[in-house]
Design a protein around this ligand. Structure first.
Ligand code: SF4
Length: 350
């Protein structure tokens, strides 16, 4: 639901001011799925609203369920662009939705299915929030709730800053989904102006940086954005962010077998983090193992998962060098819902 269009329509229909809040609560708190289901507004108004504006900004085209209980939704915007979002079910009962912020992506990381699918446009705040709503509606049928939202799907959130910011505020709004700020995380490929602006926000939303390489040469190969915002400038911006906010920083490191998973890479990563005292003080490296993807011709891509021995050696070095790290369990690999895999199959279906 586009709330601005709703407000305009209610004004045109000369409705009392409380109607807007009534309908907003019905959508986000009660998770109603159509105007006709909002039974505390007059039936005549429901009919007029049905004619005046669409209830949903996105149309759900397909839902895939993974063996591990995770799910992936494929939705279409009103201008027919495919976007994907993922639900991750954790053993502790938390339910995390990973949302897309753009249809496609402008960053073009070499390991990423989304980057290969090309950029279409940024998503509106309502298209972003509605991805969470679709999962919230499904979870409601089993008495469950969305507990966390991560901005880690298709797109670079900081190239769509205003809409991402408004989406966060709506997720956090007590008349919206009422999700705690600490339960929301935004992941960037390293857009320094976005990191600076994020650090100026008066909120507790988490920041994650997709680092993926400890040197400029390797990082520029994997992530062309590194040529615009090289590592030394990026790390200084992150150091300043942590110093200013005193908030923990997640450093995402996607391990690509034979590319960035050597013991030399692990030592270089530890050296890099040790060079920035604020980052060292309050960051955690999140190790993610790569899931190979197929392109639209069914060919496997050029990257592979790290070998178990390489992964263990990498972890041992980080431990020895006193770098805080965790390993993200990769969810939903069988439905291409894991990191870097969104969008490959959407486009091949078309
Ligand atoms: S990894 Fe993220 S930033 Fe890079 S191309 Fe994919 S979606 Fe864009």
């Amino acid at each position: 639901m586009d709330l601005e269009k709703l407000q305009t329509t209610l004004d045109e229909l000369r409705q009392p001011t409380y109607r807007f809040k009534q309908i907003k609560l019905a959508i986000y708190r009660d998770l109603k799925e159509e105007f006709d289901a909002i039974d505390n507004i007059p039936q005549a108004l429901r009919q007029k609203l049905n004619q005046a504006l669409p209830f949903d900004e996105l149309t759900l085209k397909s839902e895939q369920k993974s063996r591990d209980g995770s799910g992936k939704n494929l939705c279409f915007t009103q201008d027919d662009l495919a976007i994907e979002s993922v639900l991750i079910k954790h053993g502790d009962g938390s339910r995390t939705v990973c949302v897309s912020t753009e249809a496609g992506c402008q960053i073009n990381c070499s390991f990423c299915a989304t980057g290969h699918s090309g950029f279409k446009r940024v998503l509106t705040q309502y298209e972003i929030v509605e991805q969470v709503l679709w999962f919230a509606r499904t979870l409601k049928t089993t008495g469950e709730k969305v507990t966390n939202v991560v901005f880690m799907g298709m797109g670079e959130p900081f190239l769509n800053y205003d809409n991402v910011r408004n989406a966060i505020l709506l997720l956090n709004d007590k008349d919206g989904l009422n999700l705690g700020q600490r339960r929301i995380s935004v992941s960037t490929s390293g857009i320094i102006p976005g990191i600076e602006r994020f650090g100026d926000e008066d909120w507790q939303v988490n920041l994650a940086i997709s680092l993926h390489a400890p040197s400029n040469g390797l990082r520029s190969q994997l992530m062309p954005i590194n040529r615009t915002y090289p590592l030394e400038k990026l790390m200084s911006a992150l150091d300043a962010y942590v110093a200013k906010t005193n908030r923990r920083l997640m450093i995402e490191y996607l391990l690509l077998g034979g590319t960035n998973d050597s013991t030399r890479n692990a030592d270089a990563l530890a050296d890099l983090i040790h060079s920035y005292k604020e980052v060292l003080r309050l960051s955690v490296v999140n190790l993610i193992t790569y899931n190979p993807t197929r392109d639209s011709d069914g060919q496997w891509d050029k990257f592979r998962a790290p070998r178990p021995g390489a992964l263990r050696a990498f972890e041992e070095i980080l431990t020895k060098r006193e770098i805080a790290w965790t390993r993200r369990v990769s969810f939903g690999g069988d439905i291409s819902g894991a990191c870097g895999q969104l969008a490959g199959e959407v486009n091949s279906e078309e």
